[in-house]
Design a protein around this ligand. Structure first.
Ligand code: HPA
Ligand code: ZN
Length: 327
């Protein structure tokens, strides 16, 4: 369509993507066979049928099970390269991707195997596809502060520019940002960028904690921010970017219909909104699909779509010189 061509042609960055959430059923089956991992599915159709979620936790249970097929460095390489190939054709010029090291070290896959496989693919993606990238490691918030600190320590050899930041993901309700205040303070002192999921299922108060206690540089999701008008004004004034994920919100029932999605309200409130795919293999689409779905449902203008793409370059961790060619 005309709209699809318009979206694809705009240079943009993806700022909210969990690499493990880009594991397509075909690669999952292939790696399960190669690595002798038992899956509760006989084929890719059965896998796709299982992707019917009522909330975040429903998804997370399936997501952690899926990532069990990732074993050696080569598997992380294949996962990452497949994602980069998908988005390179969608006008994505830069990506800042998350991974969940604790989801791997907890089942006996070493931190270095996972990390080095991903980094090698990111290097090759820059070289072969022209997509620049940064790597952010996320802490699983359902695990303890102590576990997060141990992961931060294990990752230190990669803080020479290979891992540029830390994030916070997994089950939000009951695990407020305040639980990780000291870990984020330590990460900040190490010169790392800071992001956190907040206001996806959790209340606006969690967004406030992420900003005031964790002192984040960017907010992941943040949909529920607009329930608090003072917070919304403060966040708009701060210029902090929000990484909104429309298809994710629909699949996890944060909205019951894309027409109910708060993205336009968030933009109109002055928030620096970006569009992202979160876990595209599980939620039914990569960047273009997310843009198309929300643009059609909310009747976004071309200038609003261009603004969203512009915000993604603006809100990235690229330097001003690195941003310049994409603006
Ligand atoms: N929210 C929280 N944790 C996650 C997500 C998400 O959307 N995707 C992968 N881990
Ligand atoms: Zn996410």
């Amino acid at each position: 369509s005309d709209l699809e061509k318009f979206i694809t042609a705009l240079p943009k960055a993806e700022l909210h993507l969990h690499l493990e959430g880009s594991l397509e059923p075909e690669l999952m089956m292939e790696l399960a066979t190669k690595n002798n991992i038992e899956l509760p599915y006989k084929n890719v159709d059965e896998i796709r049928k299982a992707y019917d979620f009522s909330n975040l936790q429903d998804f997370l249970d399936i997501y952690y099970q899926g990532m069990n097929v990732l074993q050696g460095e080569e598997d992380f390489y294949a996962l990452t390269m497949a994602y980069l190939q998908k988005v390179a054709g969608e006008g994505v010029v830069h990506v800042e991707v998350f991974y969940d090291p604790q989801g791997h070290t907890s089942r006996g896959v070493s931190f270095s195997e996972a990390t080095n496989g991903i980094l090698r693919a990111l290097d090759d993606g820059q070289e072969e596809l022209g997509v620049s990238s940064e790597l952010i490691m996320s802490f699983l918030r359902h695990l303890s502060e102590e576990d997060a600190f141990a992961t931060l320590k294990e990752a230190e050899p990669w803080f020479d520019g290979r891992i540029v930041g830390v994030g916070l993901d997994s089950s939000e309700l009951g695990h407020p940002p305040s639980k990780f205040e000291r870990v984020f303070e330590a990460a900040r002192e190490m010169g790392l960028k800071l992001v956190a999921h907040a206001g996806e299922e959790g209340p606006a108060e969690y967004v406030r904690e992420a900003i005031e206690l964790l002192k984040i540089d960017r907010l992941d999701h943040g949909n529920r921010t607009i329930e608090d008008s003072d917070l919304t004004k403060e966040l708009a004034r701060s210029g902090i970017a929000l990484t909104v994920c429309p298809l994710s919100n629909l699949k996890l029932c944060g909205v019951s219909d894309m027409k109910e999605h708060p993205l336009k309200k968030m933009m109109n409130a002055g928030l620096k909104v970006t569009v992202n795919s979160d876990d595209p293999a599980y939620f039914g689409g990569y960047m273009t699909a997310n843009f198309l779905s929300v643009a059609e449902a909310l009747d976004l203008s071309k200038s609003e779509i261009a603004q969203l793409c512009h915000n993604s370059i603006e809100g990235s961790f690229l330097t001003d010189e690195e941003k310049a060619p994409h603006i």
